[in-house]
Design a protein around this ligand. Sequence first.
Ligand SMILES: [Zn+2]
Length: 257
Amino acid sequence: MDGTLVTKRLEDNIWTFNEAVELTGPQMDAYLINGAKRALVIDTLQEETSLYRKVRELSSLPIDVLISHGHLDHAGVSTGDFYAEGCKIWMDEKDLPLITKWGREAKWFSPLKEGQKFDLGGYCLEAISCPGHTPGSMVFLERERQHLYTGDAIGAGVFWMQIPGALPLREFRGHLGRLWEIVKGMKDLKIHTGHRHQAPIQHDLEFLADTLLVTDKIISGEWIGEEKTMERRDMRIKYRTVSYKHIKDYCYNPENI
Ligand SMILES: [Zn+2]
């Protein structure tokens, strides 16, 4: 697919690219961050083929690509274009088995590690491991301006913890707690997710605190949510979902707590 991309400038040096697969269907967001010396692209959408070209209209700097996790709507068909143009594409190796099922080649990806830093010149991002939604989910923090890019690790209002391959909620809680300790003093934290359309607000520190609260309430059994069934491709999954404030759907598998 080519041409449906909507580009929006979030700040001086930060853009989002939104892909809507169908108008009423899923929408994905990728990010471009320009520094003084280098640029970063976070995630590569799903089916959209113009992403590399659109990024190049806004940046002529050397580019690294960070993949938040190995789902097909975050490491999209454009990933191969960035690889072909000589960009390094970083992703936690634990998600390679997930993404290679969708025709993305293992050789495209370089192993992304906890604590790895990307200095763009005046803007430095740090990779922080936050497994749960997938075993290799990573978030990216810019400490000075307090920007946190979260893919699906911290969903925009919909948390998919019910899907096969997601970690038990208790494990996710451990990683979430560690992330909270790192960012809890950042009063101006802005959370940039992988599906911005799922929530009308700019997510902040309070949203992360609410995520911790909901996770704790589900783990303790205090909140059990509503039972639902999801049918997708060849999967039929029974799950439960909790809503709380701006968290529209925190989906989880009661067998995987
Ligand atoms: Zn995902």
